[in-house]
Design a protein around this ligand. Structure first.
Ligand code: SF4
Length: 248
């Protein structure tokens, strides 16, 4: 999930105070996974605040979280731009949109019929709930369960929505996070999603501010260095990275 624009929604932004606090080991002090807090601090120093999620509304975050499934942010962003240009990047218009038309608009994101079906179903469900903001009434567990009950919404997407659209304290364990933590030697890398999420949330003495920034920083690092083929020379984490130390 790459970032192109600055979030302008009700998700907490990284303020100067937060950045200073985090750089001092602030909201992401670590507990159970001793190195996780240090990883956060070094990534923040290297890349700076990421200002996630890149969206102009809560609904746009939700739509983006569906569109990014199994594709790049560049492709998802093209689909978002087409929806915006068509006036369909809002709850009521999308809920009322013909499914074939919706599929055509989200085509750049790939799996477009499947994603259109998911977005149509989710939009209809949200309208019945009374809008995106109606879910603010739910506690963290109920909100997560509500999203997991929607078609095509797995744990990673549900957690991205809970964190970035609703500001809930959930750590999003995506492929970038799993790969980085495994290469650092902090986890095996093949653990079930829930095992890693629970371990990380127990580790990081934090809430949504930390999880928001940490996840965004992990993605930034994954795109800059720790991709499928890591570029370890000069990496800020190389000194403590099991992968970098391993004999070749
Ligand atoms: S040293 Fe290499 S493998 Fe380790 S975190 Fe950096 S880029 Fe990834």
């Amino acid at each position: 999930m790459a970032v192109q624009r600055v979030a302008r929604v009700a998700v907490p932004a990284m303020t100067a105070d937060r950045a200073e606090s985090a750089a001092a080991g602030g909201p992401c002090r670590s507990g159970g996974l001793p190195a996780a807090g240090a990883v956060y601090t070094r990534l923040l120093a290297a890349y700076g605040p990421q200002h996630w999620w890149p969206a102009e509304s809560r609904f746009e975050i939700i739509v983006g979280a569906v569109l990014i499934q199994r594709t790049s942010w560049r492709n998802a962003e093209q689909a978002l731009a087409r929806l915006r240009a068509a006036g369909a990047l809002a709850l009521a218009p999308m809920a009322a949109l013909d499914r074939e038309v919706l599929a055509g608009l989200v085509r750049p994101a790939g799996f477009y019929r499947q994603k259109a079906a998911r977005l149509g179903a989710i939009s209809g469900w949200l309208v019945m709930q009374g809008g995106c903001d109606a879910l603010d009434e739910l506690d963290d567990a109920a909100l997560r369960a509500a999203w997991l009950a929607q078609p095509g919404i797995g744990p990673e997407t549900a957690d991205a929505i809970a964190l970035y659209a609703y500001g809930r304290p959930v750590f999003v364990v995506d492929a970038y996070a799993r790969r980085l933590l495994a290469r650092l030697g902090l986890v095996r890398g093949d653990e079930p999603y829930e095992t890693l999420r629970v371990a990380l949330e127990a580790t990081l003495d934090a809430g949504s501010d930390c999880y928001n920034e940490f996840h965004a920083l992990i993605v930034a690092h994954g795109k800059a260095r720790c991709g499928v083929r890591p570029r370890c020379d000069g990496c800020v984490l190389a000194g403590d990275c099991a992968h970098a130390r391993a004999p070749r």
